[in-house]
Design a protein around this ligand. Structure first.
Ligand code: PMP
Length: 335
């Protein structure tokens, strides 16, 4: 498999990520499990794609002009992606986040040149919530646009137009299943729609963490959450605009413990250092693979997303005290 390794423009480094065959998960499933290496993007996560598409869309609509500002309410990977893309396009970035977020996140965003606006954590219905604050700030700032990743469908378009065709080409047009978890839902909906456009028989599965409402929604039609999860970036309680019409054929619910087991195995056995949402995705991909094999499809091929780098979680997932405080198993080599 080859890929273009020479680019004329740093923004062209976003996407065209490698796809890798995962040995342990493939053995566990009894079929091929492939991981899309989104940690290989410049901002080290899948959200670089959404950031690029959202900013290009705002430019194309004439809303974002030279010297303008991109505003978003986010504590994580989306802010990092927006800050990098905005720098490359000559825009300012303003990120609104709750003041209870980790110091590393604040330091990272500041290091990239974003202006941080910290607000007290509060419930979504409160107008002072960081998402509403970011929308108001965008409205009040001349030349600013609100990225609005949850309900701006430029987010899922990134995956319809880039992630899905890349996976299709990398697997040479033979893929049986795809699964990942949802934060905004841009990835699962976009890759799902994109792959179905190539082959409507590709089975699209939502893999939900505990504490999110989508597993129940796709299983029974009712948005209902059970339990909780420490996974960052995933777990959704409503049908965002990005999730509307997502072609979900089946759904799995995966615990943090199961996700962490794959995070540990992928690091120790295959040399991949990932975040927890990747581990949860891999657990879902193994379930989807087993389901296809049980139906007699012994040569099934399943793909999932390796969302971000584990280096982003050194003080949490890779910290024994933090894991113990959360009641989670500690990786043997940290104990
Ligand atoms: N994993 C991580 C680490 C993320 O930051 C995100 C983005 N929220 C996701 C998974 C889910 O992606 P999406 O927003 O496209 O559903």
């Amino acid at each position: 498999m080859t890929m273009a390794l020479v680019q004329q423009n740093t923004l062209d480094l976003i996407g065209n990520t490698p796809l890798v065959l995962l040995k342990g998960p493939s053995e566990a499933a009894g079929c091929e499990i492939w991981g899309k290496c989104e940690f290989a993007n410049p901002g080290a996560s899948v959200k670089d794609r959404a950031a690029l598409w959202i900013i290009r869309d705002a430019e194309a609509r004439g809303e974002l002009k030279p010297g303008g500002t991109v505003v978003e309410g986010t504590a994580g990977n989306t802010g990092i992606g927006i800050a990098l893309v905005a720098n490359a396009r000559g825009y300012k970035t303003v990120i609104v986040m709750p003041d209870n977020q980790s110091k590393e996140k604040m330091d990272t965003l500041r290091a990239l040149g974003a202006e941080l606006v910290l607000v007290p954590p509060t419930k979504f219905a409160d107008p002072a919530h960081f998402v509403h604050t970011s929308r108001r700030l965008a409205e009040e700032t001349p030349g600013a646009v609100w990225a609005n990743q949850f309900d701006n469908v430029a987010n899922r378009k990134a995956h319809i137009e880039s992630t899905a065709p890349e996976i299709w080409q990398q697997l040479e047009g033979r893929i049986d299943g795809f699964t990942c978890a949802a934060g905004t839902g841009g990835t699962i909906a976009g890759v799902g729609l994109g792959l179905k456009a190539f082959d409507e028989n590709v089975r699209i599965a939502l893999t939900d963490p505990h504490g999110a409402a989508l597993y129940s929604y796709y299983a029974t039609g009712e948005l209902k959450a059970e339990g909780s999860s420490v996974a960052e970036g995933i777990g959704q309680g409503r049908i965002t605009a990005n999730l509307e019409g997502a072609p979900i054929d089946t759904q799995f619910r995966v615990s943090d413990e199961e996700g962490l087991e794959w995070v540990a195995r992928l690091l120790r056995e295959e040399g991949l250092c990932l975040g927890l949402s990747s581990g949860i995705n891999v657990a879902g991909a193994v379930e989807l693979g087993r389901q296809l094999v049980a139906e007699g499809r012994k040569d099934a091929r399943v793909a999932t997303i390796l969302c971000d780098t584990g280096f982003r979680y050194l003080s949490t997932l890779y910290n024994a005290d933090w894991l113990r405080a959360k009641g989670l198993p500690v990786f043997p080599w940290l104990a």
